[in-house]
Design a protein around this ligand. Structure first.
Ligand code: CDP
Ligand code: CDP
Length: 227
């Protein structure tokens, strides 16, 4: 019987986490969980319902009555908010601009952590986010911390937007990414930080394929240690 391995992939915005996590999950036949999508879905609902992102009591109440489903399919991961597919909408700029304020609320993080652990239970999983290796799955067998220069990350997100036909301004993107990283790094609860036992990979000049290869090597290393 094969062991269920958990792979935690953390790092700042647009470092390439979800792109490589998805591919690694496919190759290993594990499920892929994009935890950022859960915070984004809640943020979208708060904006639509006129709930103030800094009002902790209002936001946690909203979350407790919100159903967020992550469905793996051939196109990657679909995000279903209260029965509605919001996969594209949660990437829009107003969500990006507000998500870190919602994600710094302690009560929100506690509830998300519970839901994320439930999704990872008893199965092989690749989970990406900010606090997976440090808080959500501290026992993950393989932990990766992906970084890249902010210029490269802004450029990647910009190119992605252009390819999808989404209006995009490189300077504005870079400012938004820096702002988000700052809030995520400096918050009190489960901030963005490399876990002590995570392997750091600087992807600034690496291709997607090279990053995937390095992560699969870490998985092999772990498996070989077990034998
Ligand atoms: O894909 P991108 O790097 O733009 O961000 P994301 O992974 O979709 O995450 C959006 C935001 O959710 C982050 O900037 C964090 O504020 C928050 N987040 C978090 O606090 N903890 C996680 N485990 C995942 C995301
Ligand atoms: O999930 P996260 O926000 O960390 O990043 P992402 O959405 O997976 O990646 C942002 C963009 O960078 C995607 O369009 C990837 O195709 C691209 N990318 C890249 O160009 N080179 C890499 N080594 C990794 C990702």
């Amino acid at each position: 019987q094969e062991e269920h391995i958990a792979i935690a992939i953390d790092g700042p915005a647009a470092a390439g986490k979800s792109t490589v996590a998805k591919i690694v999950a496919e190759k290993l036949n594990y499920i892929y969980v994009d935890t950022g999508a859960m915070y984004r879905a809640l943020t979208l609902k708060a904006l639509n319902d006129g709930v103030d992102p800094s009002d902790e009591a209002a936001v946690i109440n909203l979350l407790l009555e919100t159903n967020i489903e992550l469905a793996n399919d051939s196109t990657g991961q679909r995000v279903i908010l209260d029965g509605k597919d919001v996969t594209e909408e949660i990437r829009y700029q107003p969500v990006s601009a507000n998500v870190s304020y919602i994600a710094k609320l302690t009560a929100v993080r506690q509830e998300m952590l519970k839901r994320q652990r439930e999704l990872a239970k008893d199965r092989g999983v690749v989970m990406d986010g900010r606090d997976i290796g440090t808080h959500v799955l501290p026992g993950a067998q393989v932990k990766i911390f992906l970084v890249a220069s902010v210029d490269e990350r802004a450029k990647r997100r910009h190119d992605e937007n252009i390819a999808k036909g989404i209006p995009s301004d490189l300077d504005q993107l870079k400012a938004e990414i820096e702002k988000r990283d700052e809030i995520d790094t400096n918050r009190e609860t489960a901030p963005l930080v490399k876990a002590d036992d995570a392997v750091e990979l600087d992807t600034t000049s690496l291709s997607i394929h090279e990053v995937v290869h390095s992560i699969l090597q870490e998985v092999e290393k772990y498996k070989n240690k077990q034998n």
